[in-house]
Design a protein around this ligand. Structure first.
Ligand code: PBG
Length: 324
């Protein structure tokens, strides 16, 4: 059928027609809200490049999680800012580390919300890299055990799911093994499978105080130019026992999200990262973009590309819009 027999505009005539044929729906059920836990009490430290986001001490973090729950957000993702960083990343797997404390408190005070933990070392190492350093380089296999120990410590504290983001080869398998041996065979792994070496993490590194002190992350995170390699990474994670595959960032990598959706039958997550959030906030502050429309259009586009769930700093704001 061609014009003039077929006229696509017929079904765009008004909002009721548009609703009937809408292919993609965004729901609060698809959203995960990232949060930054810091030490102390009553601490609410604004993150300059992420308006509306704060480093929160555990007491205030619990309140924020309660609010997420009231909005119907099914899960939060926790990052920690420890008071001390060292070469061994010991704050990452300490029994009373900041994330472990936060998880315990949230699980104690808030029911019916999933607590997911980011498993990485960059917030805990004094050099800011995601793994152990040997001869000036991030050593893959030495890092694996530390990541597994960190994941197990999160599970022990009560985490509902762990999300390894260090981009070490073999990390998913090692963590699966560690969890299973410790009796946490029912705790799933949300794998940051295709995580790119992206400049869009800039605001996050301010938020988590995790910028590397030397060099960059290109020797472990993926080259933004590569799409086929993302499939190889995802294949490995599937074989190693990943439960959910993640693509990160989201908006500049919608093609990778689509390929993940088509080539694998696991749930697909997308991380709408700090820089994607900051761009919309900044343009809105200048009066150059309608913030709410830009947010909803972006999140819908990520879903249309094939993401089942979206990790986004917009989760609470989007949930409020969806409630209306
Ligand atoms: C930890 C980690 C990072 C992000 C999530 N987990 C930073 C990085 O890899 O440098 C980025 C999240 C964001 O930008 O919102 N490795």
């Amino acid at each position: 059928m061609n014009f003039p027999e077929y006229r696509p505009r017929r079904l765009r005539k008004n909002e009721l027609f548009r609703k009937l044929i809408r292919e993609t729906r965004l729901s609060v059920d698809n959203l995960i809200f990232p949060l930054f836990a810091t030490v102390g009490k009553g601490v609410k430290k604004p993150i300059g490049s992420m308006p509306g986001h704060f480093q929160l001490s555990v007491d205030l973090l619990v309140k924020e999680v309660q609010e997420c729950r009231a909005l119907g957000i099914p899960a939060v993702l926790l990052f920690g800012i420890p008071d001390k960083k060292d070469e061994a990343a010991s704050g990452a797997f300490a029994r009373d580390g900041i994330v472990q404390q936060a998880v315990r408190r949230i699980k104690d005070k808030v029911s019916d919300i999933l607590v997911v933990t980011d498993v990485c070392l960059c917030e805990y190492t004094d050099h800011g890299h995601c793994g152990m350093i040997e001869k000036g380089e991030v050593h893959n296999d030495m890092t694996l055990e530390v990541l597994a120990e960190t994941a197990v410590s999160h599970a022990k504290a009560g985490a509902d799911m762990v999300a390894p983001s260090a981009m070490m080869d073999g990390q998913v398998g090692m963590i699966r093994e560690g969890l299973d041996e410790a009796g946490y065979e029912t705790v799933p792994i949300l794998a940051y499978s295709a995580k790119y070496a992206s400049c869009f993490y800039g605001p996050f590194r301010e938020a988590a105080e995790s910028a590397p002190r030397f060099g960059d992350r290109k020797a472990y995170q993926m080259d933004p130019a590569n799409g086929d390699e993302a499939i190889r990474e995802m294949n490995l994670d599937v074989q190693e026992g990943a439960d959910i595959l993640m693509v990160k960032p989201a908006l500049p990598y919608l093609d990778v999200i689509r390929r993940a959706r088509e080539e694998f039958d696991l749930p697909v997550a997308a991380y709408n990262v700090s820089g994607e959030f900051a761009m919309i906030k900044a343009a809105a502050q200048l009066g150059w973009l309608d913030e709410e429309k830009a947010m909803m259009e972006s999140l819908t586009a990520i879903r249309r590309a094939g993401a089942d769930m979206i990790l986004t700093y917009f989760a609470m704001e989007a949930a409020r819009v969806l409630q209306r």
